[in-house]
Design a protein around this ligand. Sequence first.
Ligand code: X5A
Ligand code: ZN
Length: 659
Amino acid sequence: MGTALIYDEEMTKYKLLWVDPACKIEVPERLSVSYEALVRTGLSDRCVSVPPREASDAEILLVHSEEYLEGVKKTPHMTLEDLKEFTLQYGDVYFHPNIYHCAKLAAGSALQLVDSVMTGKVRNGMALVRPPGHHSMRSAASGFCVFNNVAIAARYAKQKHGAKRVLIVDWDIHHGQGVQYCFEDDPSVLYFSWHRYEHQEFWPNLRESDYDCVGKGSGAGYNINVPWNEVGMENGDYLSVFCHVLLPVAYEFCPDLVLVCAGFDSAIGDPEGEMCATPDIFAHLTHLLMNLAGGKLCAVLEGGYNLTSLAQSVCQTVQTLLGDPLPQLANVRSPCESALESLQCVRSVQRRYWSILKHAADSPTTDVSTKRIKLAKAEEEKAETAEEERGQEEKVWPEPAERLRPPVCSASVLPDDAACPDGLKRLVSSKDPEPLLVSRIKNRSTEDAGDADGVATFSRLYTLIEKMRTNEIGNGVALVPDVAAAMECVVQDLGSDLVSRVLVVCVGKEELNCATADGSEDKQEQKGKYYIPVCLKKGCADTVGFIQAVFGLLLPLGYEYDPGLVLLVRMPGSGVGDCMWQQLIGLLKGFAKGHTLVLMQTNDGACMDPTASALLGHPAPPLQELLTPLPDDGGALERMRERLQAHWKMLQTTVSSGN
Ligand code: X5A
Ligand code: ZN
């Protein structure tokens, strides 16, 4: 199961033929530098190369009107003057004698990608195309777009492949109004877009790009707009919106296919977006979507106008689709006030439609809003100076770090009589384990660590963690006679030696004895910050509660904590189903460069195969129909999140009151 890559040099063969400041950034090099970066890094060689084709008239008519198609059809034969005139009826777009051909290839590329993914030829893929698509409407070109590639692909996936629900994630920095209009009243297509908005000051300056446009009729709730009202948004702002809005809703929606309007003008250095998220954020955004729809994800290029930032972002996306370990996002900063305000507004209008958001807070009070208006003038002045300063110096950022695949993807530590699942490397003990280690293991020892078997198991565990630290091994699973004891041993003795921060995720009932070395006075507070027990009344059978806990608490905490190792512990009788368990493993791979150690109890071996599959990087099966949540679990989780916000800023979903 591979990753498709669609590219054709032909789509570089049109350009702006006259002077138009609004269009000069949309250049053929956008495509060639992206592709060359994939070649240079060896990523293109690892993909399945799929050729584009031209979309047929019938396919284009899935979204566009006959009159519009007929108009565009005439452009290859027009004179320069005619082309200019034809262009004038639309906003921020240009035509060229070869653009109609390229636009058919761009839409056809999206369809080829959908075919490859839906038939199972590949798991996922990316199409590098020009012209982009998300601004074009039924009867109009707009914003460099001629045909709406992704909208056509969504209709096609439903019609030709029987997809019941399609999720479109538009992370381009512009609002894909064309996609919104296309699916406004259609509950089978969920459209999510974040976009630079600045209270309607930013192109395309539409009232209907605001957060309160949620779709119409039976499509109400299936359109999600997240307006960015300030520039300079960072990784933490993007991740917050994913964790607190998009992902919970996407899991509740349960799509059969995920389409991404993959514009990279939302990355740092882009002259249109003016945002500050780094190219490696796209590795995480991609990863977070890869366990939906059984991994069926098609990314189609939209915008991206800083050639350096664009090429890096494309590489990060494709490398993630290929399953390479995720880059560590060091110091994810807390979301800014403006982002929190957008987040709060979106959650409060969407909570009517999504049971997973039911307990979200109200919109900021008018009181807060008036305060903001009062502040606006001062802010505006500040922004103007900042703007001038920004204009002077070009943005610079470090090149994303290399993401090395470990020689061994997954390893196991098993009792001698247990079978090792395919694809995992079984660790065996060296003849004489390190004497210092043996004495330490014996020292702390509960009965089971003391005997020869115990020593062997723990020394193998030590080796496993050590090899994860040096990236010789990606991740691992251990079957141990007593998970609680093993967890304590890893946290207190083995892990702490090798990595400074371990994220322990314990599924099921268990209280971890956290021994703080210094016994300091704020131990209570420390415990409140670092020990986070989540209780679901129906336990892990409560899918909604589980998703709320994972996206509302665990992921944002993980991003803020930035662990060097994830320890996932499965307590016996935890009741977690295989799907949920695999989802959890898949999602946790975003932390610690994928270094996850799973601990399971020897008699819990039945879930070994799902565990191995998830560790090896196979997408988790979709979570089945969501059960109705118990009345108070959601509320309790919300209250817990509120309490923890004092310690963990990534848990915030509302503007800070009182200032
Ligand atoms: C696809 C895309 C941007 C149009 C900007 C017009 N279009 N000012 O990013
Ligand atoms: Zn864009």
